[in-house]
Design a protein around this ligand. Sequence first.
Ligand SMILES: *Cc1c(COP(=O)(O)O)cnc(C)c1O
Length: 812
Amino acid sequence: MTDSQAAAPTALDPRPALASAIVDTLVHRIGKDAQAARPHDWLAATILTLRNEIIERWMESTKAAHAAGAKRVYYLSLEFLIGRLLRDALSNLRHNDEVAAALASLGVDLAAIEEIEPDAALGNGGLGRLAACFMESLASLDLPAYGYGIRYVNGMFRQRLDDGWQVELPENWLAHGNPWEFERRESAYFVGFGGEVTATTSGQVHWSPIEAVEAVAVDTPMVGWRGKRVNTLRLWNARAFDPIKLDRFNAGDFEGALAGQMRAETLTRVLYPNDSTPAGQELRLRQEYFFSSASIQDIVRRHLQYFGDIRTLPEKAAIQLNDTHPAVAVAELMRLLTDFHELSFDEAWEITRATFGYTNHTLLPEALESWPLPLFERLLPRHMQIVYAINARLLREASKVDGIDGNAIAAISLIDEGGERRVRMANLAFAGSHSVNGVAALHTELMKKTVFADLHRLYPDRINNKTNGITPRRWLQQCNPGLTGLLVEAIGEDFKDDAARLTALAPFANDSSFRERFAMVKRSNKVTLSTYIKDSMGLTLDPDAIFDVQIKRIHEYKRQLLGIVEAVALYDQIRSHPERNWTPRVKLFAGKAASSYHTAKLVIKLANDVAKRINADPAVGDLLKVAFVPNYNVSLAEKIIPAADLSEQISTAGMEASGTGNMKFALNGALTIGTLDGANIEIKDHVGDDNIFIFGLTADEVAEKRASGYRGRQVIEGSRELAQAVNAIASGVFSPDDPDRYKGLMDGLYEHDWFMLAADFDAYAAAQREVDAKFGDTAAWGRSAVINVANMGWFSSDRTIGEYAKQIWGVM
Ligand SMILES: *Cc1c(COP(=O)(O)O)cnc(C)c1O
């Protein structure tokens, strides 16, 4: 049954009832009548009305798991980039048409109120979005699961561009309240910091923290496909135990009276406080321990309540660590098991390892978390002792293995002894888990060879691969209703329940009338995006140009700079050879730079400077337009991706663990131009070599070049096109107000070029001209686009979660 059939008026037409339920909510919960209601009031009333049904399913899900004595999955993540929830819930409950009609009868446009729902910006990028896709797939696969994280009051910053420079503003996503969440005052835990550890003569250890906050649970329902199951995303809020010190207040010290509350609130204020200062670093470690401790206490409490015996924890709980941010949870569980449940160290260690799994997300040495030992010890003195005890045991095991020498021991140790002593969180997570996974095949192989080479020798069965995925509900059905409708016409509804069924589309690649309709959907999505860009940025785009898109966090390894330099080179070519048959191109960029990452911020400014000059040049007209769209987030991704023709996935090979943006684009019929990196390799294997543009060095070649003392100068001087572009940027052609602005950035390409931009440039430019030629051949392009959609079902996060469930968690 389709959505519209489900909502067709019958003798028991649900619409008047639904409309009156929404008005009833508006009056009794929001306190407004239909005449006085503003869009935000309608939004809240709609969510609260829908919520009633969700709550019923939520309670049923919890009861069923309890009755079955089911094992639960716990996903610990410092980020959940869930974005907006209304459309997701409506669509997964299949109430879209019904609610749209009910609202329309009240003179309210559903799409318009969906658009004012704030984005829950509780994440930075791919890692946080993965956690959100996983929550949705866990519910869709009917697996009992909890996500655990932090309820950031301001979350990720909102990006504004001031004259092309990034400006960070607080994201006030809770300004109008949050109708999705439920505070659970009864689920509150004590989280301590600092102080000292004492031991009785009998060996009983006691930690007396000098400071403590209360972690209070705030729950958000996560609705699975068809509403089969509703799971819980439990985010922790920090509160002072003693919100106001009345004695101080009465003595006139108002600030001092409230200082504890302020300090507690700072913990859950923002995501990723700028950690370039020692105070920022400490706050980050406090956040990590705060949410890890509360989550582990909650998991242990639930286990004891349901099952009574702490020793059966691994049979009933699987805890997955999303990167190392929650790695201190390993030490926290050990602390609870030994200090409170009085298990022996050995028994506690066995339980801990059987319970945890760890997902690694990066090989970049600067992104591997480690904490200065003095800081760790001061903040978490008991955990420091436990880390030492784990380390002693680990190194004892290692020393018994043949071929593990002193260097290997140093690499395996939980403590980095080179220079300032530091606690290595990745090693702690590895040692404390029975499974350690990478997020794409290449990344997993590189993990074994690089960061974890010695730990892998010690525990050769521990590392495994789970290639990332994306939820096709949000990233196809919800964001691209036009394409979804066309797919239903062609191959029926089966693909909605099992994305692997998209393969049924393959024969349609050769059907010219289908391809025409497919192209019409794409064009209509491009028109919609063009309208958005016109309205928000004042820039007019030609929907018949190729929409070439690079949207992701701004980072040197992701090589937005390569895309910009190529745009400059193309600009030069168009101006020099206006007579050639150029394919009109729109280059779209979006992404945030970490607030302390100066190079990334300069790249944003460069993209804007280049855009300003090119877009104003009548010599290129509509042949080339460049736009940097501000404030990249989930909702912006949902607007841009369905309108993309070309997906830029051009990281330096070996540096992108997986990527998930690459999957979203291909699923929506964009062709990828990319390096042999992360999941691009697996996308190529699925869509076929003829339907993707692969260029550039391989990960092995990058490593070889770096080892051989490569410098960009060698290449730049031999490539006219590249030299011209680099020198134009360096000499201030795009920054006449500050001609030296990009001199340092361009010098870096000559002198180092760590990210192999120059080394890959010619191959990239050549691949782009192949793109141009193919785009001009509508049939060839359309065939490839359809084949991409048909073969991307494997990248559903349902497949990924199925693998975790069977191979790591033992819940399927
Ligand atoms: C998917 C997604 C990402 C990850 O994109 P990559 O290209 O894989 O880095 C980041 N941010 C948002 C908002 C996303 O939706």
